[in-house]
Design a protein around this ligand. Structure first.
Ligand code: ZN
Length: 308
């Protein structure tokens, strides 16, 4: 039975599988233990032990089986297999945490090593300072000779932490593109109407002298010529007095076709606006509607209508 990829259970199952393979096939060193390499090493480390280079420093053991610049990890390498599983599960970062080597004896130039490794432990998920991760432990054994004659000469326990790198900070969101609509011209005579829209009120111009209602607003009362306008707050209910279905041309911010309705308010004046929430076939004269405050942005709220 297989577990969903990437879950802790799937990782544990994969680790179990890889561990059961036991030791990888022996990987034979490219070159035998050799004097030039020993000299390079001891000079670089300032190790003047007189036994070198007739013998090789034991801590060099890993050097002899390095794969080189273009070397490839063998397919049965347990650390490679476990790394792939954890990479896949998002634990893509790595840090070495422990390395213990033990040596059976000194090596001599001319001896050719081979190395095998096995997975011993996969522990996790653990919360660490670096992030959530899994500790992966392998043991490598170096031998001289092959088959039954193979003589183990050194062993290394090597532990890494494969962890999930912290998520990069969210990039700042670009400001939302302003909605493209045809914007009304707001002037001294109409400012109260648009302020009302923004406040969620349908304000209707009313003459301060004779009480006449008019829409759209203007500076002067057409009946008594007074220039002292007030407004009333309309109920926002009315019915469709007339309408058009707009098929063409395209209008910024609108999907075609759309309906523009002239709505006769209960209060008596007529107000234009898009008729929403109904397809064009649903529009008809006399349709009872109510206002919708279509907030475009901080500066603009448009009147629109929907059936009620
Ligand atoms: Zn008037």
């Amino acid at each position: 039975m297989s577990e969903p990829a990437g879950t802790a259970a799937a990782i544990v199952a994969a680790a179990q599988r890889i561990r059961q393979h036991g030791d990888s096939a022996p990987q034979l060193a490219r070159d035998p233990v050799n004097t030039p390499m020993i000299n390079n090493w001891t000079e670089a480390l300032g190790d003047a032990d007189p036994r070198y280079p007739e013998l090789a420093p034991p801590a060099m053991v890993q050097v002899w089986t390095m794969r080189g610049l273009h070397g490839r990890r063998p397919a049965d390498d347990p650390l490679g297999a476990m790394t792939a599983v954890l990479d896949e599960a998002g634990y893509t970062s790595v840090v070495a945490t422990d390395c213990d080597q033990s040596y059976a004896r000194y090596l001599r130039p001319g001896e050719r090593l081979s190395v095998r490794s096995r997975l011993t432990d996969v522990v996790g998920p653990k919360r660490t300072a670096l992030g959530e991760g899994w500790f992966v432990t392998t043991v490598s054994t170096w031998s001289v000779g092959s088959g039954d004659a193979a003589e183990p000469v050194a062993e290394m326990m090597f532990r890494i932490l494969k962890f999930r790198p912290p998520a990069p900070p969210e990039p700042p969101k670009p400001p939302a593109a302003p909605r493209a609509v045809l914007r009304p011209v707001v002037n001294r005579d109409t400012e109260f109407f648009w302020a009302g829209m923004a406040a969620g009120e349908l304000r209707v111009w009313r003459c301060g002298e004779c009480g006449l209602l008019r829409h759209p607003p203007g500076p002067m009362c057409p009946r008594c010529n007074a220039t002292r306008p007030e407004y009333l707050i309309a109920s926002g209910r009315g019915e469709v007095y007339s309408y058009v279905v707009h098929h063409h041309p395209p209008v910024p911010g609108r999907e075609l076709p759309f309906v523009v309705a002239l709505v006769a308010l209960e209060e008596g004046v007529r107000v234009l606006g898009e008729l929403r929430d109904t397809d064009p076939a649903g529009a008809r004269v006399g349709l009872p509607v109510e206002i919708v405050f279509d907030r475009v942005d901080d500066q603009l709220t448009l009147p629109a209508w929907r059936p009620r």
